[in-house]
Each structure stands twice: as C-alpha cells, then as structure tokens.
Design a binder for this molecule. Structure first.
Ligand code: 5GP
Length: 184
C-alpha cells in the first residue's frame, strides 16, 4: 500500500514517519537475529496486546525455526501516586518454568509496562527472557529497562500505525505515522 501524504484520525492529523517497506526490512532483520539466537530452543513469543499484535505476527513469521506464541493483556488501574499504576496480567496460561521467553512490545515509552512485565515473568522462573520492541522513545524513558532488540528509536512524539492506535483508529495502517506538528 503506498504511503499517504497524511492521515486524518478523529480530530488529529498524522504524517508519514516510517514506510511499510522499511518496517518490513527491519522486521526481517530482527527475525534473522532471533533465529540465530533461538533456533532449536522452541522459544515462546509473548505479545503484549493490543498494540504489538501486528509486529508479533510479522516477527514470528520471520523466525525460521519452531516457536510458540501467546498473548497477554495488561490492565492498569490507578494505585497510589508514589507507586504509579498497578497492573494485572491476563492471558498467561502456560507454565513458563525453564522456557525461553521473547517479550514482544509495540513501543517502549516511559518503560513502565516492560519494567513491570519483566519482573512479573521473572517470578515464573523461565530459562531466559529476551525483550524486543518495535519502537522506543529514548527521551521518554523513566523506568530502568534493558531492551535487547529495538526496531526503531524515534522522537518523543505520538505515533500511529502498524498496530498502534489513536482512540482505536489507525492500527491497520501498514506504515508508521507521527502526529503532525500542526496538530499539536
Ligand atoms: P510505557 O509503559 O512504556 O510508558 O508505555 C507503553 C504503552 O504506551 C505502549 O504499549 C502503547 O500502548 C502506549 N504508547 C506509548 N507511546 C505511544 C505512541 O506514541 N502511540 C501510541 N499509539 N501508543 C503509545
């Protein structure tokens, strides 16, 4: 699908940031790296819903060996101000003990989600945990979280497309779009 000059979603306008072609090339590279790292180990890709479902689908198809996939939904509700959001995890049915886990995230913004989820998984005693994110906003990081593989580092600006939404719209766009300077 050709990249459009701009996308209008609800009240906001978005302009192209990363093309479908560049995304697919990078996902292919990440798939190769993971194949070298995990071939023969039957890793379990755990995709964090909803934003990472498109990335996870492409990434696991770029993985050239046996693997499994699972999905989790993290819901947050306001806790005390000092501890930030308290999260609950839904959908983790498998026994993760001694499994090789590849966490697949759409975007690391403050790092809160990944920081919480890694600690949650560690308690289940997997053999290893690897983190892969499609996007990272280095300027927005607030939580100490090590990401093993990053698709693209981007500016601290709101983005949509390739699974990411603005108020439920935009997830189906095959490219990535950034909030237009005129909209902010
Ligand atoms: P974090 O916990 O790292 O602060 O935030 C991660 C979550 O915030 C992501 O999984 C995503 O759902 C949401 N998020 C952060 N930045 C953006 C953005 O630019 N666009 C969209 N659509 N979601 C974002």
């Amino acid at each position: 699908m050709p990249t459009r000059d701009f996308i209008q979603l609800h009240d906001l306008r978005f302009v192209p940031l990363i093309s479908e072609t560049d995304i697919q090339a990078r996902v292919g590279e990440l798939g190769k790296i993971l194949t070298e790292q995990y071939a023969g180990k039957n890793p379990l890709f755990i995709s964090i819903l909803s934003g990472a479902f498109v990335f996870a689908a492409d990434l696991m198809r770029a993985f050239d060996s046996d693997c499994e996939v699972g999905f989790v939904k993290l819901s947050s509700y306001s806790g005390t101000r000092s501890s930030g959001d308290v999260q609950t995890v839904m959908g983790l049915e498998k026994n993760l003990k001694d499994r090789h886990i590849i966490i697949v995230e759409d975007i690391v913004d403050t790092g809160r989600t990944l920081h919480f989820f890694i600690n949650h998984l560690r308690a289940m005693e997997p053999a290893s945990i690897c983190t892969v994110t499609f996007l990272r906003k280095p300027d927005a990081m607030e939580f100490p979280v090590e990401v093993d593989h990053v698709g693209f580092d981007i500016d601290n600006r709101f983005v949509v497309g390739y699974g990411l939404d603005y108020d439920d719209l935009g997830r189906n766009l095959p490219g990535l779009y950034q909030l237009s300077p005129e909209s902010s």
